[in-house]
Design a protein around this ligand. Structure first.
Ligand SMILES: NC(=O)c1ccc[n+]([C@@H]2O[C@H](COP(=O)([O-])OP(=O)(O)OC[C@H]3O[C@@H](n4cnc5c(N)ncnc54)[C@H](OP(=O)(O)O)[C@@H]3O)[C@@H](O)[C@H]2O)c1
Length: 333
């Protein structure tokens, strides 16, 4: 396993991180029971992986509880990352990045995780309803108290990252060391502005949905209803319109076309589509660690094997071309 520093910090993280959004069976996209989740954690840490990513919102808190129990006997070797923002109740202060909500959210995460500190505490998304100065001062207080070691953000735009870092600097407080953005052959928007801003402002990246939720693993075929147990099948059967829309956003003609090319390359190289998709993303400039999201230990083993594949330059160029960068940095002249 390779390790590297996360952003402008001394924290060493594995190039592969374990995402635990599938852990648990109570709501969300979760469909991995505790026994399987614990096997996944064992395989991951035995392979040398150290970052485990969860969130208060995953499977209604079950993911954090399972992770907490699974890492109890190896707490000090794990870089435990969680997030806050999304609603934890019906009240106006049960959500967001205010001091009121974050203070309670942190205590609840610590309780579910069964630990006295979180290594990387991340803002799940930007909060339009809270001054960023309040959020950064609150997070700085968490670091000074010892309950949090490092702080990061997720899904922030380039200008939101700059605002946050400047707010921390003005106050002489703790800056973010990481961003958690979506990044894969299906979603390359961050290349134009977000990745350059991360580099300038000292943020490393932990990228999510590297397989496009399974689309790039070649799991879906045009005109065939997704299997019930699959990620897209579960999302499509969800009572939540947001979940169903998420499946629709992944299963587009464009995305299935990119998946076709990934499958073609995998066949030519004698590998799996998963390995090809992961090989592309892990070599992209600006990527510190790739968060994989296995549902089974067998999937994890398959994904880890994928991290040993190096794509030939012509296949990389072909994938670059068909997936296209979504943004363009304007140039003078
Ligand atoms: N910050 C955020 O807003 C945000 C958002 C999303 C995710 N995340 C984080 O990123 C992590 C990864 O995201 P993700 O779960 O969407 O990642 P992903 O790797 O794009 O998708 C995971 C899905 O792909 C399929 N899969 C995984 N490994 C496979 C393999 N080896 N072979 C075949 N299929 C495979 C599984 O689908 P089936 O279940 O159908 O088998 C699995 O549920 C999450 O766990 C979470 O920690 C963060």
């Amino acid at each position: 396993m390779e390790y590297t520093s996360l952003g402008h910090s001394g924290l060493k993280v594995s190039r592969v991180s374990l995402g635990t959004m599938n852990f648990g069976t109570s709501g969300g996209v979760g469909s991995c029971d505790e026994a399987e989740a614990r096997r996944i954690v064992d395989v991951f840490t035995d392979a040398g992986g150290n970052v485990i990513d969860t969130a208060d919102t995953y499977t209604g808190g079950q993911s954090e509880e399972i992770v907490g129990r699974a890492i109890k006997n190896r707490r000090d070797t794990v870089v435990l990352a969680t997030k806050a923002f999304l609603p934890q109740g019906p009240g106006p202060n049960d959500t967001g990045l205010s001091r009121a909500h974050l203070t309670r959210a942190l205590e609840a995460s610590l309780r579910r995780l069964g630990t006295d500190h979180i290594d990387l505490y991340q803002c799940h998304q930007w909060d339009r309803g809270t001054p960023i100065e309040e959020t950064m001062a609150t997070l700085d207080g968490f670091v000074r108290s010892g309950k949090v070691r490092y702080i990061g953000c997720s899904n922030f735009t380039a200008s939101q990252i700059v605002e946050a870092q400047w707010a921390a600097a003005r106050a002489g407080g703790t800056p973010f060391i990481s961003l958690q953005p979506q990044y894969s052959l299906l979603a390359r928007d961050i290349e134009a502005e977000v990745l350059p801003v991360c580099e300038r402002h000292g943020l490393g990246t932990l990228v999510w949905s590297p397989l496009g939720g399974g689309v790039l693993a070649g799991r879906y075929t045009r005109g065939v209803v997704p299997e019930e147990r699959s990620r897209m099948g579960r999302l499509m059967a969800s009572p939540s319109p947001k979940a169903r829309a998420w499946a629709g956003a992944f299963l587009t003609e464009r995305n299935l076309g990119i998946a076709d090319e990934v499958i073609r390359i995998a066949t030519a190289l004698g590998g799996t589509p998963t390995a090809v998709a992961l090989a592309w993303v892990r070599r992209r400039p600006g990527v510190t660690s790739v968060i994989i999201g296995p549902r089974t230990a067998a999937q994890l083993t398959g994904s880890l094997a994928g991290f040993t594949l190096d794509l030939p330059p012509e296949e990389t160029a072909r994938l670059d071309e068909i997936s296209g960068s979504a943004g363009r940095v304007p140039v003078a002249g």
